[in-house]
Design a protein. Structure first.
Length: 228
C-alpha cells in the first residue's frame, strides 16, 4: 500500500493538466523512439526527462549499453522504467508549481517602494527551498562537484577534453542553454560565463526540487468552510 508521501507524490505528478500533458508528451516521445529508432525527433525523450535522466549514463542498461541478444530486451525495459521514473519526478515538480495555495494575508505596506531589506528577504525566501532539505542540497553538491571537475580540467589538466559535458548534463535542460550561449566566447571569459550559467542553472533546478520536497512532506491544509 502506498505511503502517504508516495500518494502525495503521485498526486502531484498526475493531478494537474500541465503535469498530465507533460507525461503524455514523454509517452509519445518514448513510443516514437521505440517504433522509429532512426527518426530524428525534435525533442529526445532523454532531454524531455532531464536532468535526472542523464544519470543513466552511469547505469549499465539502455539502448546505448553493450547489451546484446537476450540481454537487450531487459536492458531496454529497465531504461524505459528509468525514464518513466524521471518523467514522474519532473511531472511532480510541475504539479507542485501549479498547485493551488491558500491565500495568505499580507500586511499593508508602509511605503510604496520596497526597501532593500524587503527585497533581500524575498530573495532568501525564494532560494530557501534549494538549501533547506537534503535532496536539494545533495543535488547542489553534485553540481558543485561537476563544476569543480570542469574547472580542474580546464586550468590544471593537460587535456581537458570534454569536461564541460558533466556540468552541462547535471544542470540540464538549462545547462544546455548556458553552453550554447557561451559557445561564441573563448578564453577565460567563456569559462567564467559558462561557470556562472551552470551555477545559476543548478540553483534553479535545486529550487524546483526543494519546492517538490516541501509539497510532498507538507500536504496542503484543507480550506475550512466559512461560518454563516
Amino acid at each position: 500500500m502506498p505511503t502517504p508521501r508516495l500518494r502525495r507524490f503521485l498526486t502531484l505528478a498526475t493531478g494537474s493538466w500541465p503535469a498530465r500533458g507533460y507525461l503524455a508528451l514523454v509517452a509519445v516521445s518514448l513510443l516514437l523512439t521505440l517504433l522509429f529508432p532512426d527518426l530524428a525527433l525534435p525533442v529526445d525523450p532523454t532531454l524531455l526527462t532531464a536532468p535526472l535522466s542523464f544519470a543513466g549514463v552511469a547505469l549499465p542498461f539502455g539502448p546505448g549499453s553493450a547489451a546484446e541478444g537476450a540481454a537487450l530486451t531487459p536492458a531496454v525495459g529497465l531504461w524505459l522504467l528509468w525514464l518513466l521514473l524521471c518523467a514522474l519526478v519532473n511531472a511532480a515538480v510541475l504539479g507542485a508549481l501549479v498547485e493551488d495555495r491558500p491565500p495568505v494575508a499580507r500586511a499593508p505596506r508602509a511605503e510604496a517602494a520596497p526597501s532593500a531589506g524587503g527585497r533581500a528577504h524575498r530573495l532568501r525566501a525564494l532560494l530557501a527551498p534549494a538549501v533547506d532539505n537534503w535532496p536539494a542540497r545533495g543535488y547542489l553538491a553534485l553540481v558543485a562537484a561537476s563544476l569543480g571537475f570542469f574547472l580542474y580540467a580546464v586550468y590544471l589538466s593537460p587535456d581537458p577534453g570534454f569536461a564541460g559535458v558533466w556540468p552541462t548534463l547535471a544542470t540540464a535542460p538549462l545547462g544546455f542553454v548556458a553552453l550554447l550561449a557561451v559557445t561564441p566566447v573563448s578564453g577565460w571569459l567563456g569559462t567564467l560565463a559558462f561557470s556562472v550559467g551552470v551555477a545559476l542553472s543548478g540553483l534553479f533546478n535545486a529550487v524546483l526540487l526543494g519546492r517538490l520536497v516541501r509539497r510532498v512532506r507538507l500536504p496542503r491544509t484543507p480550506v475550512r468552510p466559512r461560518e454563516a
